[in-house]
Design a protein around this ligand. Sequence first.
Ligand code: SF4
Length: 453
Amino acid sequence: MSHPYLAQKFVDNDERMHWHDETLWFVRKKRDIAIKKVPEWEELRNLASAIKTHTMSNLDKYLIQFEKNAKARGIEVHWAKDAQEHNDIVTKLLKDAKVKKIVKSKSMLSEECELNHHLEDEGFEVVDTDLGERIVQFRHEKPSHIVLPAIHLKRQDVAKTFAKFIFTDENNFDPTYLANAMREHLREKFLSADATVTGVNFAIADTGGIVICTNEGNADLGASLPKLHIACMGIEKIIPRLQDLSVFTRMLARNAVGQAVTTYTSHYHGPVEGGKMHIVIVDNKRSKFLASKDYYQSLNCIRCAACMNTCPVFRRSGGHSYEYVIPGPIGIALASVRDLKKYSSLPFACSLCASCASVCPVKIDLDKQIYKHRSEVVERGLMKKKKLLILKMAAFVLKSTFLTDFGGKIARKIVPILPRALVYSKLNAWGKARELPKFPKHSFKEIYEKRMK
Ligand code: SF4
């Protein structure tokens, strides 16, 4: 299914489309207020971008350094070349420890590798413990946003879901009531879990420790109660030194939701007493980015989601319209490198306004990458024939001054007198959500020429 088709499904619910747009714009505005309180914000961006670019250029060195230091702290380190290997390693570790119940904290890597499905097929009980993630898990949906996984749902939808799975009152959609009910439900899951699986926000090469940022403290409970902690990370999560960390933690929550800092920024430097800790380091095509001179910057992403919150297309079409596990501008950049044929509609889910690049804390040139992917779709013959034909016809007309002037003249004369049903027919996809402006009597060129006489 292509982005236009899935986006259409989302915008069919006009009310939802508008509050989704407004809610994310509210988050974007909160971000703007928060960053204004940091006068050195642009310096931080430059520094963050430089640290990440340096790290990615020396990734082999830093990964080996991280492994050595993590092992010295009693952490077992595993390497996975792809999603299957990642899932197999995690499954084996859980089976070896005779685990039955797992609590998970939010990890886009586990979504990428479809770890939940894999573990459930193997007979484990897997409970996502981030509030938004648990909601979408109940509903058998994917997260629609990387920081706000259930942003596509209203309180009323959540109340109905909770009523079905944790037996709350479906007519009570008070957020405190719902949050308390979820807290009670999850507390029991934490206490009975045999193991926890977490993601990693930052892995520090010179200490061998990892850092996990959450607002709910769910990763902390998960990593402290059960005796087995498996942390899964992509190779790009490495930063060189502990002193580099604050550059990113100062930006992450501010840029994501306008918060000064993530509520829980927790460091893990080894297993809990009497327990075990494993870190699984995953490639899964990330080295393909490293090898690309045009797209390597995408690996610098710290998953703050600001590019989604600001994107006019994302705000109006929702995260589920992107097909790929990570939506929005960074999702387009990542999915297109992974499989341009499969995701050929995504580079067009963009207005090329570059708002994404202007908010990105690590200065990824998202708009330029998306434009390049778009060109590649055409060069490789992946664009739909009908669309290509229309664009070729448009290019033919626009290249000729005579045809452009003539076309404009005809349109100004004929379109205003055509019946509305004809102008806004099925053939006019743009007309579904847009009114044509009132046609002026003369073109800009005609007015200009007249004035210059
Ligand atoms: S691309 Fe930049 S703005 Fe988008 S999620 Fe990554 S770090 Fe944040």
